[in-house]
Design a protein around this ligand. Structure first.
Ligand code: FES
Ligand code: FES
Length: 155
């Protein structure tokens, strides 16, 4: 099937998508955007988090066909080319990145949280990121990163 979608502000066309193809597969394998990670492919880990028409979704659970004529934003699209968004910069500075596999999904989910709630409490952050699994950090530095990003975005 032929699909048209906008990803990170750019129009794209996929000419031969198959019916069961996930949005995550389309982003990574067809459009060359490997930022969204494929860790579980079952909606359990959040590593594939993207925005679909402004709503946070697990792209492994969304069919590529469901993104037809819609707008997708991935971790690659949060900041202009060559720059880091405040959330990305904070993750680096706070030491919230170890193996990095969970990081893109956590950054998109944190970006979404701060858009809805610019000054979240630690409990709010942990609740908002509960769907994003990290096997490395123990989460404390991730919470630090979100708090740092919140401070900078509010300044
Ligand atoms: S890869 Fe989508 S939730 Fe884990
Ligand atoms: S940094 Fe390795 S899974 Fe989170």
């Amino acid at each position: 099937m032929r699909l048209k979608l906008t990803v990170n502000g750019e129009p794209h066309e996929i000419v031969d998508a198959w019916g069961g193809e996930s949005l995550l597969y389309a982003l990574r394998e067809r459009l060359g955007l490997p930022g969204s990670k494929n860790a579980c492919e079952q909606g359990e880990c959040g590593s594939c988090s993207v925005y679909l028409d402004g709503t946070l979704v697990c792209s492994c659970l969304v069919l590529a066909a469901q993104a037809h004529e819609r707008e997708v934003v991935t971790v690659e699209g949060l900041a202009p080319e060559g720059e880091l968004h405040a959330v990305q910069q904070a993750f680096v500075e706070a030491g919230a990145v170890q193996c990095g596999f969970c990081t893109p999904g956590l950054i998109v989910a944190s970006h979404d949280l701060l858009a809805r709630d610019p000054r979240p409490s630690e409990a709010d952050i942990r609740e908002a990121l509960a769907g994003n699994i990290c096997r490395c950090t123990g989460y404390a530095k991730i919470v630090d990163a979100v708090q740092l990003a919140a401070e900078r975005l509010a300044a």
